[in-house]
Write a protein of this length. Structure first.
Length: 199
């Protein structure tokens, strides 16, 4: 991909009504699982994993195991006027290819996404796994997701994981933060069934 990378925001036209949501766009009556920068709706069969950075102990990502597939999400700060997804997508594509994977860009209901096969280690063996990289720029935040497992290839399964992604509420907070700063996540108070994993 050549030419300048756009810093325009990338989001579905119906983001404000169909998600992923900004906290200002939802009412507080639902039974959210509060993870700090992210709020999720609990569902039957949904298992959450918080990915914890070794050393610092800070929570850096949320993994959701659902219907045999996985969605991993992270939220970042952005400015009010510019987005991150076009630039991040370009960097991701370069990284995946450099590591020996393959990647193509597709246009979906969320906007542009990357679909590919990425290097992974499974039970000690190096393999290529199917993955979808999705991203949406919101007001002053960017939400990125990685779908792995059957949902990365199967459109019906994929739609269920995208629905999970679109149900997320991002809590950006009012404090000034530089662009690309990871929004702070935390272990919820009622943390039953949520396993922290080191990364």
């Amino acid at each position: 991909m050549s030419g300048p990378i756009s810093d325009a925001k990338s989001a579905p036209a119906d983001r404000e009504t169909t998600g992923p949501y900004d906290e200002s766009e939802v009412s507080g009556v639902r039974p959210w699982v509060d993870l700090g920068a992210l709020k999720l709706i609990p569902r039957e069969g949904l298992n959450l994993r918080l990915e914890v950075e070794e050393g610092s102990g800070r929570v850096v990502a949320v993994g959701m195991d659902y219907l045999g597939s996985t969605l991993q999400v992270q939220a970042y700060s952005t400015s009010r006027s510019s987005g991150l997804w076009h630039e991040v997508r370009n960097q991701l594509a370069e990284q995946i290819v450099a590591q020996g994977g393959t990647v193509t860009e597709a246009l979906t209901e969320l906007g542009p996404e990357l679909q590919g096969r990425v290097p992974a280690v499974v039970e000690g063996s190096h393999v290529l796994q199917d993955a979808r990289f999705i991203g949406v720029d919101g007001p002053r935040w960017f939400l990125r997701g990685v779908i792995a497992g059957p949902a990365a290839k199967d459109p019906e399964q994929g739609a269920k994981l995208v629905e999970l992604f679109r149900d997320i509420v991002v809590v950006r907070g009012q404090q000034p933060m530089p662009p690309r700063e990871l929004l702070p996540l935390r272990v919820p108070e009622q943390a039953s069934g949520i396993a922290p994993t080191q990364r």
